[in-house]
Design a protein around this ligand. Structure first.
Ligand code: UDX
Length: 434
């Protein structure tokens, strides 16, 4: 089939590459000329494992352009995969989605299906369809289908090739057939439903996962008070198939491009309809506090950050990505800097983006070992492999080896006997420092 994809961001590009891989002829459209030029010339501008390789393998079925009029004019299907960032009030900003809808309406010259992959509030697919129909320049039939994505950064290609399900929201039999054809070479169960339910599946899934994380983080904080071990608690809970063992890793809170935005958007939508989602509100609040957990712990060891050297291991919101969106580092490091600390930071991928967002007394180091040297305290914010590989002895080059671990990277038992403090999330503090 001939497919156009609006948006060469992370979701659009991963979708384009996988759809080309399963045999479709795909054109990826973006208004950002520099990005399109880079996609044509390489290297791939998005940091995502397996994406550059799969892109290179499928270049015969993949093109990139800024010329949306040509790309949309004569195609079987158009995916909308542009961003829906958070507005100041927490609601989703739909301006990019509607801008694309206008371009589609102005350009299509034959019947086609418009597939909304962007995460949009419940009811938006209907509005997009009305908008398209009222702006169409040619006499064609357009149907709008909801098809949310469930890609995680770092595993996007695998998630799309071997996902747990494909959700398709449409009430039209012909659109349903087009969707079945698009995905026929991906062996995944397809959930066919109406558009509003498909839109809700996306938000409800992300918000449930966020809720699960906030729940285990609250339990972890209570474990610390009561002397229980949250890792064992999560393992014991997770063995119950009704609960499941995923997304029960306690830590410094969730970040990224989806959970923070999608929890706030659904909460906003509920309030707008006079139906507050109290559980989602709690997940948001717990997460905001959790991001400050290590700052609070630091007060046990120092009255202030003034004059301290703080080693920070990890800047990105999770390993395997250069993405900093809603990363705990963006909250923690400014607090340290404002309180007079000098920060030494390590991150294998996120440094360049971090430099654009935060400035001040920060030295960037190439290795965790170099970062730790002479530090007064260490904050672990991302569980990169380079950080997981560290041994207790590596922390002994610190001026005072006080390790605050926001990702529970090490077994506290392995820290026993070393002259250090190891203070993690939801587990007993190991302390052998004078
Ligand atoms: C998420 C969803 O998983 C994906 O389905 C959706 O399409 C987009 O949002 P992503 O943001 O890439 O994907 O990352 P994910 O691996 O889900 O992690 C999100 C955040 O939660 C990270 O900050 C991670 O560190 C945190 N997390 C995750 C925990 O703190 N504990 C866990 O047990 C799992």
């Amino acid at each position: 089939m001939n497919i156009a994809i609006a948006g060469a961001g992370y979701v659009g590009l991963a979708s384009a590459v996988v759809l080309a891989h399963v045999g479709h002829q795909v054109v990826c459209v973006d208004v950002d000329e520099a990005k399109i030029e880079q996609l044509k010339k390489g290297p791939c501008p998005i940091h995502e494992p397996a994406l550059p390789e799969l892109m290179a393998e499928n270049l015969s079925r993949l093109t990139f352009t800024t010329d949306y009029a040509v790309a949309y004019s004569n195609t079987d299907a158009i995916f909308i995969a542009v961003g829906t960032p958070e507005k100041a009030d927490g609601s989703a900003n739909l301006s990019y989605v509607f801008a694309v809808a206008e371009q589609i309406a102005a350009s299509v010259t034959c019947d086609c299906v418009v597939i909304v992959k962007s995460t949009v509030p419940i009811g938006t697919n209907e509005k997009i369809e009305q908008h398209l129909k009222s702006h169409l320049k040619h006499d064609v039939t357009i149907e709008v289908v909801s098809n949310p994505e469930f890609l995680s950064q770092g595993t996007a290609i695998r998630d799309m090739l071997y996902g747990s399900r494909i959700v398709v929201g449409t009430e039209s039999e012909s659109a349903r057939q087009v969707m079945a054809n698009i995905y026929e070479n991906l062996e995944q169960p397809v959930v066919f439903t109406d558009r509003r339910s498909a839109e809700m599946i996306k938000y409800a899934s992300n918000d449930f996962l966020a809720l699960k994380i906030s729940y285990i983080n609250e339990i972890a904080n209570l474990c610390e008070v009561l002397g229980a071990n949250v890792e064992d608690v999560a393992r014991g809970m997770g063995m119950d198939p009704r609960i499941g063992d995923k997304f029960l890793r306690a830590g410094i809170g969730y970040g990224g491009s989806c959970f923070p935005k999608d929890t706030k958007a659904l909460h906003w939508l509920g309030n707008f309809h006079d139906h507050e989602l109290k559980t989602v509100k709690a997940a948001i609040e717990v997460n905001e506090n959790q991001k400050l957990r290590l700052i609070k712990k630091a007060r046990k060891y120092y009255d202030s950050f003034e004059g301290l050297i703080v080693a920070v291991l990890g800047l990105t919101f999770k390993p395997g990505t250069d993405d900093l969106r809603e990363a705990p580092s963006l909250v923690n490091i400014p607090i340290m800097l404002d309180s007079g600390a000098k920060v030494k930071a390590f991150d294998p991928c996120g440094v360049e983006k971090f430099k654009r967002k935060v400035s001040g007394n920060i030295i960037y180091c190439d290795t965790p070992e170099e970062t730790l040297k002479d530090a007064d305290i260490c904050f672990i914010l991302t569980e990169w492999p380079e950080v997981l590989e560290l041994q207790p002895v590596h922390f002994l080059t610190m001026k005072r080896p006080i390790i605050l671990d926001g990702r529970n990277c090490y077994d506290p038992g392995g820290m026993e006997g070393y002259p250090l403090v190891y203070d993690s999330i939801g587990r007993t503090v190991v302390s052998y420092l004078d």
